[in-house]
Design a protein around this ligand. Structure first.
Ligand code: ASP
Length: 439
């Protein structure tokens, strides 16, 4: 069996949905299970709708825009409008209810965004059916995608047998909503922005799929972001470790959690382009021969560097523990760390929230803090990098004109990361790319 996940841009209009259906048809002998994102742009509109419903100004217009967008596609695909009747009614009632009560919380907000995938799954399933292929839409929670909030929004392996059983009980081609789930109390929740990739690999692992295909709008994982480098190369294959680094370092191509279920079951994940389906894309798997190499230059923007310094750190015990406890209690994840005798620098995502303000004020109790904003972590990712000849020399010669403010302290085999000013990002990526890939 095969899992095929289609992202929002691949489903953005009727023509693109037809194209997706062609791709599914070509793979019909591989018994595909389909996972879909919301139609391109709809999740953002639903988030806006949830906010407007509370303020009470533009919600009617927005609701109509969302519904009309789906009806237009349904009409162009010559389908029956009633396929989304139930969801249209539920979303309208939710909007009306919230605009009366003016109450909003995470659960209500999740309920709003869940409609994107609930609409798209029904449209794609009906369209495939109209082509003569027996097909059925299912909400992810109805096939066992249930999360435990305590386990950081992950679907536990214990759920796999149930997911497998529910899927194998259905003979038609299943079109399952990505991104959405229910918690153990039965409330709708999500797997986080971009989470449909993760839905796809959970299903892939549960049914022991031969491959999970992530159909998107680029040819695969590139040696650098094409927005910053003119001619990056596509990588034909990468290891799970390389892909996790690239995904967690901010490349939008895969949701960071996507890889975990695939690693557990050693299921290849292939990234493919719906606009160029002949291209074989990038396969992420364990089966590649792991030779020493540099595979990609990647980056994560909007980083804050927090430097904590105190002479009391000299020869004192427990400073690092206290610092990390503060981040832990405030639920802030730290990316890079570097220490000297009297100071510790860490990088965190520059989130504007109370917890980061609280962490900063707690850190002031320990020492003097100095904050730098608008920074970027730039990373050179690869396999067995310590055996790439002169790798650090090449990196530092390429970055001669760049102010490198922090360096990852470990001699990692898989990545070397640096903090630079955001304004130097383009120049730094270009220089590193030329140094390692010649273009
Ligand atoms: N529709 C959701 C989003 O836009 C989830 C996804 O596309 O994976 O983030």
């Amino acid at each position: 069996m095969l899992v095929m996940k289609f992202g929002g841009s691949s489903l953005a209009n009727a023509e693109r949905i037809k194209n997706v259906a062609e791709i599914i048809k070509k793979n019909i002998n591989r018994k595909p299970v389909i996972v879909v994102s919301a139609i391109g742009g709809v999740t953002d509109l639903l988030i806006e709708l949830s906010k407007e419903a509370v303020i009470g100004t533009k919600q009617k217009a927005l609701l109509n825009e969302i519904i009309y967008k789906h009806y237009e596609i349904i009409t162009l695909l010559k389908l029956n409008k009633d396929i989304i009747d139930k969801e249209v009614k539920l979303l309208s009632d939710l909007t009306y209810g919230v605009s009366l009560l003016k109450e909003m919380n995470q659960g209500i907000a999740d309920n709003f965004v869940s409609f994107g995938e609930r609409f798209s799954a029904r449209i794609v399933a009906s369209y495939i059916k109209s082509l003569g292929i027996d097909s059925e839409a299912k909400d992810a929670f109805d096939i066992g995608i249930i999360i435990n909030k305590e386990s950081k929004f992950e679907v536990s392996k214990d759920k796999y047998p149930e997911i497998k059983e529910r899927i194998s009980n259905i003979n038609s081609i299943l079109v399952i909503t990505g991104f959405i789930a229910k918690d153990t109390k039965g409330k709708i929740t999500t797997l986080g922005r971009g989470g449909s990739d993760y839905t796809a690999t959970i299903i892939g692992a549960a049914i022991n799929a031969e491959e999970v295909q992530i159909w998107t709008d680029v040819d695969g994982i590139m040696t650098a972001d094409p927005k910053l480098v003119k001619n990056p190369k596509k990588l034909d294959s990468v290891s799970f470790e390389e892909a996790s680094e690239i995904a967690s370092l901010g490349a939008k191509i895969l949701h960071p959690k996507t890889i975990f279920p695939a690693i557990e079951k050693n299921i290849p994940v292939r990234i493919l382009n719906t606009f160029n389906p002949q291209n074989l894309g990038t396969v992420v798997s364990n089966n590649i021969i792991k030779k020493s190499r540099i595979s990609s230059i990647t980056y994560k923007k909007n980083i804050k560097v927090i430097n904590i310094s105190t002479p009391r750190m000299l020869e004192a015990k427990g400073f690092l523990r206290r610092i990390f406890e503060i981040f832990d209690i405030n639920n802030i994840s730290v990316d890079m760390v570097s220490t000297s005798e009297i100071n510790v620098s860490v990088t965190v995502d520059n989130l504007k929230n109370q917890r980061i303000d609280k962490a900063e004020s707690d850190l002031k109790e320990i020492g003097k803090i100095d904050i730098k904003e608008n920074r970027t972590i730039i990373s050179v990712v690869g396999n067995d990098m310590i055996h790439v000849p002169n790798v650090m020399g090449i990196i530092f010669s390429a970055l001669t004109d760049i102010d490198v403010e922090m360096i990852s302290s470990s001699m990692s085999e898989i990545n070397q990361s640096f903090v630079i000013k955001e304004e130097q990002l383009g120049e730094a990526v270009k220089k590193l790319h030329t140094a390692f890939f010649g273009v």
